[in-house]
Ligand binder design. Structure first.
Ligand SMILES: NC(=O)c1ccc[n+]([C@@H]2O[C@H](COP(=O)([O-])OP(=O)(O)OC[C@H]3O[C@@H](n4cnc5c(N)ncnc54)[C@H](OP(=O)(O)O)[C@@H]3O)[C@@H](O)[C@H]2O)c1
Length: 287
């Protein structure tokens, strides 16, 4: 039995779909089972649990031998994930698959606080005594969905980086396929997989989206101060504004352009393309 924490999020929903496609036995540990059932469907086994309360994670993992662990951005992610790994161990879980950050930010010394927190959790997991696999996805193509209102309202995508910035981008559905293969297969203990795909640029995205929508979507580089101001206006907490701007600075400097072929190796199919992402998600960008 596989326990999944984070199954209702962007990546987690794809992990759930890929585990369902494989007919795997799994259960999702969720904060709000009613809301989770709306997102995941009534045929997914759900148990109420919160990484802020390790006892609920330990109880929710009863009978599980594997855990997929993802909890999203949070200033308390490091402590909560470490608590969750310890709870998993107490529950008898023998293998933890942790969704981490990309290679560009997961480092011992980095300005990216979330990247450093992921690094600390990774290091704890490696010495925890359980088997482990770390998935480090590249920049999510799905990040562009956060800009859907910009496209609908103004016909443009604005980011604090150059239009031709090289970025390794990944469709989260590929992360789901890789995670499901790791959770149901053998040979992944002690491995860290950076899930990078073909290098694309922000203007490759607007070109692909323009072609899908049949109308021109412009890419506009904005100063970092403007991006920070817009995030604050949207009510983002300071720690998240700080994280996003640090991350955009690292990506904008071209430091997130690494590629690997782990998706094809592990999931058994080529990585999804930016053109495919634009095609499958065009509806979200239509006014
Ligand atoms: N965006 C990128 O380009 C990128 C690239 C590489 C790596 N990453 C990493 O990917 C992660 C974010 O992935 P995502 O976008 O899929 O996340 P997400 O959509 O924000 O989902 C977060 C999930 O964690 C669950 N969760 C949050 N707090 C919890 C708690 N206290 N107890 C139990 N569950 C909890 C949420 O459940 P609820 O339904 O209850 O909210 C949700 O299912 C981050 O760690 C980030 O560093 C991001």
């Amino acid at each position: 039995m596989i326990g999944v924490v984070g199954g209702t999020g962007n990546t987690g929903r794809t992990v759930v779909a890929a585990l369902q496609a494989k007919g795997a036995d799994f259960r999702c540990l969720v904060r709000d089972p009613a809301a989770a059932a709306e997102k995941l469907g009534s045929d997914v086994e759900l148990v109420q649990a919160d990484v802020a309360d390790a006892a609920t994670i330990e109880a929710g993992l009863a009978g599980c031998d594997k855990l997929f662990l993802l909890t999203g951005h949070s200033p308390v992610m490091e402590a909560q994930q470490i608590d969750a790994i310890e709870a998993a161990k107490r529950a008898g879980v023998s293998h933890v698959v942790k969704l981490s950050g990309g290679d560009a930010i997961v480092q011992e010394v980095t300005d990216a606080k979330i990247g450093h927190a992921h690094w600390k959790v990774e290091e704890m997991l490696k010495t925890s005594g359980v088997e482990w696999t770390i998935l480090r996805p590249a920049f999510f193509m799905q990040n562009f969905l956060n800009m859907a209102d910009m496209v609908k309202g103004m016909g443009k995508v604005m980011m604090p980086m150059a239009a031709d910035t090289p970025i390794s981008m990944i469709d989260v559905r590929d992360t789901g396929d890789v995670a499901a293969a790791v959770l149901t297969g053998d040979g992944h203990n002690g491995k860290t997989y950076f899930l990078g795909s073909a290098v694309s640029t922000p203007s490759d995205f607007t070109a692909a989206l323009s072609s899908e929508l049949g109308s021109d979507v412009a890419f506009v580089e904005v100063p970092m101060e403007g991006a920070v101001g817009a995030m604050k206006e949207r009510g983002m907490p300071d720690w998240l504004v700080d994280h996003q701007s640090t991350l955009m600075g690292i990506v904008g400097a071209g430091k997130a352009a690494g590629t690997t072929d782990y998706i094809e190796q592990i999931a058994g199919h080529p990585a999804r393309t930016l053109a495919g992402f634009a095609k499958d998600n065009a509806g979200a960008f239509k006014a």
